[in-house]
Design a protein around this ligand. Structure first.
Ligand code: 4UU
Length: 548
């Protein structure tokens, strides 16, 4: 008898994992679990509540196409709210949970959001925002739903609560996005793109369904992926898609951490036998030396996927060595993407992860790429060029911002990433530089233009430019400001002034935008004839100052 076998490795038969009773989301700290079918029921119930119960309870009425904001650290309420909103035909805008009231106000106003679903701990920030906007408390109450589910919080007064919207009905029709409707926007995450302030990225239903299949082709298929650790924030596209959407398509539960902490992460890896973890490079760095790695049983851990910032070969090697020394059989891979690409466009396949260290892998299926030089022409073979991407996972455009959309996407559909890449002889890409203004602090976007406009409100600052400098110790970039002071300062006064500016900005911006790279007083900001800041010159200067 001759038996021919498939050249592909065996894949698990989905029956077990995809059972309706299998866990979909687990709250790490309490163990509270939502099964796949409970998730569906809760989602359709809340979708009904959003569309039909909210006005009856005194909230504003929301209808298909309206923008609704989620402002919360990670919790198991997140997947329910997000998917309910999508099912209800709403556009969900996800706000960074460390935002100040002013930062939130930009996103609220720019997106035209009608209602905010807010974690109880962040309610004061929302109330402060409404105060700035001259919305009185009675009117504000109509726009606020407090996420006190599944855990009740006492002392919230008479705000609307998530619980009030649940259990009153179930949405039946709205959740379908057939035909043309697939191009409706479902997510509006914020990104500064290549320049300026954060803009709303219109991610469509079709963008997301396309992306699920694209990622599926490169994600481990050998049965090792069983449980995902949800340590990255859900409001960032990396977490929203790769922790809340993708694991579900593989029958993998996500263990939800309110925020990343290395000891807790190790504890939950042991307790929940976590196999997969999505990380950013600074988290990799922590795991290379943190004692908790040796104190818990991490043997279940099989696959780490880093993204959102460059992951270099030395760090991958150090991390793999450490994790192997505690008995794991770990593979460290890297993905690349942008909010505008929904997000993943590149990922190192498992079998190549440890062979092609430092690379972001080949282009995912369904995408086309170009590398473009300064003359907007193809870069020569083997030479670096700006990465342009085209395909079904590219955003529809920036919300209410035709100019930014036109600058970002060419008439024939090429999206300009602002990142500079090279392709090797195997078709694997590496990111070698960034052409856009963006700074990344631990994977979070820090738009220089935004910090510059805040700094210009300082009474003693007349001009400013912000750049990113690299910190090897923390595996990240740090925002560094060059400022021109209104009062000519004596050399011995500049250091103290710089430090006072670092303190001054703290109550005004989210933590990831603090000027950790320092503040330097200069006589003049280098600018082109057209008045554009010459950031390259400042980067050279920072190098000369010994910090880049
Ligand atoms: C060098 O950070 C993101 C998305 C990250 C992501 C998502 C899914 C990574 C892997 C994955 O599977 O989005 P944004 O919009 O916050 O920031 C986008 C920018 C890019 O333009 C690039 O400059 O973040 C930087 N970036 C990277 N840089 C993202 N990933 C990488 C990377 N190497 N691997």
């Amino acid at each position: 008898m001759t038996v021919y076998t498939s050249p592909y490795p065996a894949v698990p038969v989905p029956d077990d994992e995809y059972s309706p009773n299998a866990p979909a989301f687990i709250d790490a700290a309490s163990g509270k679990t939502i099964s796949r079918s409970e998730w569906r029921d809760l989602t359709l119930s809340l979708a009904w509540g959003m569309r039909h119960e909210l006005p009856k309870l005194g909230g504003v009425a929301i209808t298909r196409g309206d923008v609704v904001m989620v402002f919360s650290p990670n919790s198991i309420a997140w997947p329910v709210v997000l998917f309910a909103g999508i099912a209800a035909g709403l556009r969900m805008t996800l706000a960074n949970s460390s935002y100040t009231a002013r930062e939130l106000e930009h996103q609220w106003t720019d997106s035209g959001a009608k209602v905010v679903f807010v974690h109880p701990a962040l309610l004061p920030v929302v109330l402060e925002m409404f105060k700035h906007l001259d919305v009185d408390l009675t009117a504000a109450r109509r726009k606020i739903v407090v996420l006190d589910w599944p855990f009740r919080e006492p002392g919230l007064g008479d705000f609307l609560r998530l619980d009030d919207l649940l259990g009153k009905g179930a949405l039946k029709d709205e959740e379908k996005f057939p035909g043309e409707l697939a191009n409706e926007t479902v997510l509006v995450c914020y990104s500064s793109g290549t320049t300026g302030k954060p803009k709303g990225v219109m991610t469509t239903h079709r963008n997301l369904t396309a992306l699920m299949g694209m990622v599926d082709t490169v994600y481990p298929r050998d049965g090792t992926s069983q449980v995902m650790l949800g340590a990255l924030p859900f409001y960032h596209i990396f977490g929203a898609i790769k922790l809340l959407h993708f694991p579900f398509t593989r029958g993998m539960p996500t263990v939800v951490m309110q925020k990343f902490d290395p000891v807790d992460a190790c504890k939950w890896i042991e307790k929940y036998r976590v196999s997969d973890m999505l990380v950013v490079p600074p988290m990799c760095l922590i795991f290379t030396h943190h004692p908790a790695v040796g104190q818990y049983n991490l043997k279940s851990l099989k696959f780490l996927l880093s993204g959102a910032a460059p992951l270099g070969a030395p760090l991958v090697n150090a991390l793999a060595k450490r994790l192997k020394s505690v008995g794991t059989n770990i593979i460290v891979s890297q993905g690349y993407g942008l909010t505008e690409t929904s997000p993943t466009s590149h990922m190192l396949p498992v079998h190549d992860a440890m062979r092609k260290i430092g690379s972001i892998g080949p282009l995912l299926p369904n995408l086309e790429a170009r590398l473009v030089n300064d003359d907007v022409d193809d870069a020569a073979v083997g030479q670096p060029g700006e990465l342009w991407l085209r395909g079904p996972s590219i955003m529809k455009g920036y919300l209410n911002n035709v100019e930014a959309t036109t600058n970002a996407i060419t008439p024939d559909g090429w999206f300009k990433t602002g990142d500079v890449a090279v392709i090797d002889e195997d078709g694997y890409y590496a990111i070698v530089d960034r052409r856009k203004e963006l700074i990344k602090y631990k994977g979070f976007q820090v738009p220089p233009a935004e910090l510059e406009s805040v700094l210009l409100q300082h009474p003693d600052i007349v001009d400013v430019a912000v750049i990113g400098v690299v910190s090897e110790e923390e595996a990240t970039e740090l925002p560094r400001a060059y400022v021109v002071s209104k009062n000519g300062l004596a050399p011995h006064e500049t250091k103290a002034f710089g430090e006072s500016v670092q303190e001054w900005i703290k109550p005004r911006v989210a933590r990831h935008k603090f000027l950790r790279g320092g503040v330097v007083v200069v006589d003049v900001i280098p600018k082109s004839a057209a008045g554009k800041i010459l950031r390259r010159e400042l980067r050279e200067r920072a190098k000369a100052e010994g910090v880049a």
